[in-house]
Design a protein. Structure first.
Length: 258
C-alpha cells in the first residue's frame, strides 16, 4: 500500500507548464482560438520562499494550417539547451493529438483521439532507455484536457467559478496511459503586481487521491481576458537527484506580449 501511495505522489501529475500559460478572450466565441497567443514566454523559478533562482525558461508558439492549430511548448535550461517539449494539435477547437518528449529522461509518448461512433483516446508511452512501448486506451469523455487547454477551460467556466462553484474535467497523464479526474475551485481574490486577480486551486476530484497529491494554484487576472499570470505546482521538466530524475514543483511567471 505504501508503494501505491508513493507512486501517486511521484507520478500522478505530470503537468505541463505550457499547460498554464495560455488564455484567451472567449466571451463571444463558440470555440477558443488555440492559435493565440502565437508567442508566449515565461520564467520558471525555484519554489522555495525568498529565492529567485531560475530553473528553466519557457516558450509557447502557435501556428494555424487551415482548420488545424499546431502548438509547441518548449522548456529550456538557463544555458539554452532543451529540457522538454510538448506538441499539441487541435482541429476546430477539439483535441487531435498530444505528444510529450522528456529530453531529460529520454521518455516520450502520445495521446491520440480516434473518432467514431464511440470516440476514444489511444495512449502510448516509452520509458527512457527502453525500446518497449506501452499502450492503452479509454473512452473519450467530455472536458478531457491537456495542459495547454486548461486556461481556455478556465475562461469558458469563469462565471461558474466566480459564483463559488467547482468545475470538473479529465486530465491526460501521459506516463500513466490514462486520464485522471480533477476540478477547479476559486480560493480567493488577490492582488498581483498591482492587478486585481483570482487565485484558483486545481485538485483531484477523488477525496482519496486528494490526500496524496498536492493542489496546484493559478493566479488569473480578474478582468479582461483572464490571462494566467502565475502558476505554482508540478511542471513538465524534472530535477536530477543523484543518478535519478524526480518530479519538480516550481513557480512559473508568464510574460504576455503587449
Amino acid at each position: 500500500m505504501n508503494f501505491v501511495f508513493d507512486h501517486w505522489r511521484r507520478r500522478l501529475v505530470t503537468l505541463l507548464a505550457c499547460a498554464f500559460s495560455v488564455s484567451t478572450a472567449l466571451h463571444a466565441a463558440e470555440t477558443p482560438d488555440y492559435e493565440q497567443p502565437k508567442l508566449l514566454t515565461g520564467t520558471i523559478y525555484e519554489m522555495s520562499s525568498g529565492t529567485n533562482k531560475v530553473l528553466f525558461t519557457y516558450k509557447r508558439t502557435g501556428e494555424r494550417s487551415n482548420t488545424f492549430v499546431h502548438i509547441v511548448c518548449d522548456y529550456f535550461y538557463p544555458n539554452g539547451s532543451l529540457a522538454a517539449r510538448e506538441t499539441l494539435v487541435m482541429n476546430r477547437g477539439s483535441l487531435v493529438s498530444f505528444h510529450l518528449d522528456e529530453r531529460q529522461t529520454g521518455a516520450q509518448g502520445s495521446s491520440i483521439v480516434v473518432d467514431g461512433s464511440r470516440p476514444k483516446l489511444m495512449f502510448d508511452w516509452t520509458e527512457g532507455g527502453s525500446t518497449k512501448k506501452k499502450t492503452d486506451s479509454e473512452a473519450l469523455q467530455a472536458n478531457t484536457l491537456v495542459g495547454d487547454t486548461i486556461p481556455y477551460f478556465i475562461v469558458e467556466h469563469w462565471d461558474k467559478l466566480m459564483r463559488g462553484q467547482s468545475v470538473d474535467f479529465r486530465f491526460i497523464v501521459s506516463d500513466r496511459l490514462e486520464t485522471v479526474g480533477f476540478k477547479f475551485v476559486k480560493e480567493s481574490d488577490v492582488m498581483w503586481n498591482g492587478k486585481s486577480a483570482v487565485r484558483l486551486r486545481m485538485e483531484p476530484s477523488s477525496i482519496i487521491i486528494r490526500q496524496l497529491v498536492d493542489p496546484l494554484f493559478f493566479i488569473v487576472e480578474k478582468d479582461g481576458a483572464h490571462r494566467v499570470l502565475e502558476y505554482v505546482g508540478r511542471i513538465t521538466p524534472k530535477q536530477r537527484d543523484g543518478s535519478k530524475w524526480k518530479d519538480l514543483d516550481a513557480r512559473t511567471i508568464y510574460v504576455w506580449p503587449k
